[in-house]
Design a protein around this ligand. Sequence first.
Ligand SMILES: Nc1ncnc2c1ncn2[C@@H]1O[C@H](COP(=O)(O)OP(=O)(O)OP(=O)(O)O)[C@@H](O)[C@H]1O
Length: 251
Amino acid sequence: MKDIILQTQSLTKQYGHRTVVDQVSMTIYEGDIYGFIGKNGAGKTTFIRMAVGLASPSSGNIRLFNSSNLREKRAEIGTVIESPAFYPGMTAMENLTAFAKLQDLHDPEHLQQLLDLVGLTDTGRKKCKHFSLGMKQRLAIAIALIGNPKLLILDEPTNGLDPEGMKEIRELILKLNQERHITVLVSSHILGELSKFATRYGIIHHGKLIEEFTEEDIWRRSIGNGQQDIDLEDYFLSRIGGIKNEKSCEM
Ligand SMILES: Nc1ncnc2c1ncn2[C@@H]1O[C@H](COP(=O)(O)OP(=O)(O)OP(=O)(O)O)[C@@H](O)[C@H]1O
């Protein structure tokens, strides 16, 4: 049995009378690339903010790495939430150095390796404000990796990227998972994109986690129903009552 990396029980967030995350019980196992799927406003970011300690739950429970000592265990998580934040007037290496200093880490070789890993080796004196969105996302991921996290949480990392930028992020996530054995939680509202690399999925709809499954689970079910093939996107949409748009993979 694989180790449990992140587990929530009935995690709930209310803003006033509105419940935006509703009793979510999620389990992420070691080695997963967990695709967290939901429409805009479904509650993905709010759930992630609670998991990493940026928002406090109204009720429910969170365990990290099989421990309830969240203060200690959150140090083993790297996070990129929404727009990447860094110093626009600095280079990639200057940013990495500044963020490493905040964590009291001073190892230029480690930082150079991170730059190489995310494909920003050749950016030299170029200031980050002149980076493309894809480069900014990859720098944000490098910053999240400074402390060698065991779990990387990425909130909509491909949002707004062109196909090439999406491919770069996808390949980076796969490399981190397969070569560095980092477990990944990645949220998106773009089904076609997530299905290219996720190993398990959770669908969130109106704040509720309506299902968790692997792609294999769906295959098994479709064979059981006498179907030859499955379309993951059709399946997702059938679960949330959506209609497939032939021109777009978005929900
Ligand atoms: N601080 C807040 N106060 C009140 N409502 C909030 C707050 N933060 C989020 N919400 C509401 O909670 C709901 C869920 O938002 P959330 O950002 O978690 O969704 P999401 O699935 O991440 O969507 P998106 O992809 O658009 O970010 C939304 O209706 C949002 O307006």
